[in-house]
Design a protein around this ligand. Structure first.
Ligand code: ZN
Length: 298
């Protein structure tokens, strides 16, 4: 049986300033107030439920974020944890630090949705067996952090190396290369269901929002036959994917982010097409609903 999930990582603008080694003092709340709101509208139009991965400390940082998150719950979407503060080097931290990130985000989001949170996605797709075990111990039942894509991995390595050469420091890290030969399909690991972000058969080209925005509608239509061979599609998007540089007053210094270089109307048309294809060809549900169906507990 085929199935698909669509999910949005809500990375606020200050995180993009950090990735690019810029001063984050000018960061606004456009990702929540514009990007996330537009995603909720588009999901309602297409008629699908999705999973939003929330950095729990955003809810006290921005009062509007809490209201928007409550609205997502009311619309039937799943809230899952994207950690407490989005530390890019989470997997390099000691157990006590990691536990704090996992436990506090779990408590804050469970209270807000009025049901225990079950899912987690690590900052920067970096996950290790040790952190997986800590997730299982702190009450999570699935993880969706693995992104076994060599093209993405080496592109990220290249960006970080070139920043280093220019004397700039990014907070982003690359995880161990062992991720590259992980299964691209759901599995059971360290007491948790692992639902990897989708990579296409063959060279494992990433099928995520950023790559879709770069290939545009024409490119998407070219890769559709490859996508058709994927039994479980886990499409990962970011809140910034539906932000508009001009309309949302976003600092042009963030144009380094490829998602911001595409006009909003084009992005909406592309995502509308992709979401409708997933709904009609696979059937879309939340990761929380799909996890036990895809990988029955052994
Ligand atoms: Zn993130």
């Amino acid at each position: 049986m085929r199935s698909a999930a669509i999910n949005v990582d809500i990375d606020s603008l200050h995180l993009y300033y950090r990735i690019h080694g810029l001063d984050e003092a000018r960061a606004t709340n456009a990702v929540w107030e514009r990007g996330v709101v537009r995603f909720a509208e588009l999901f309602a139009e297409v008629g699908v439920r999705s999973t939003f991965f929330v950095v729990a400390s955003d809810l006290s940082r921005w009062p509007a974020a809490r209201e928007i998150a409550q609205d997502l719950v009311a619309r039937g979407h799943e809230l899952a944890s994207h950690s407490l503060t989005h530390p890019y080097d989470l997997v390099r931290q000691h157990d006590r630090f990691v536990r704090n990130e996992l436990e506090r985000s779990h408590a804050i989001l469970s209270e807000l949705r009025n049901a225990p949170v079950t899912g987690f996605r690590a900052p920067g797709y970096t996950m290790t067996p040790r952190v997986m075990r800590l997730l299982a111990e702190t009450g999570y039942s699935y993880d969706s952090s693995y992104f076994p894509s060599p093209p993405y991995y080496f592109a990220k390595l290249g960006v970080l190396a070139s920043m280093l050469v220019r004397g700039k420091k990014s907070e982003s890290i690359v995880g161990p290369p062992s991720i590259l030969w992980k299964s691209r399909l759901p599995s059971f690991e360290e007491g948790l269901v692992e639902l990897p972000v989708t990579v296409l058969p063959g060279i494992r080209f990433p099928f995520i929002g950023t790559s879709l925005l770069m290939m545009k509608q024409r490119g998407y239509r070219l890769i559709k036959p490859l996508l058709a061979r994927v039994p479980f599609v886990n499409l990962e998007l970011h809140g910034i994917d539906l932000c508009d540089l001009d309309a949302d007053g976003i600092d042009p210094v963030l144009l380094k982010q490829p998602d911001l270089r595409v006009p909003l109307a084009d992005k909406l048309a592309l995502f509308r097409e992709v979401f409708s294809d997933l709904r009609d060809g696979w059937g879309v549900d939340t990761l929380e609903a799909l996890a036990p169906r895809l990988v029955p507990h052994p």
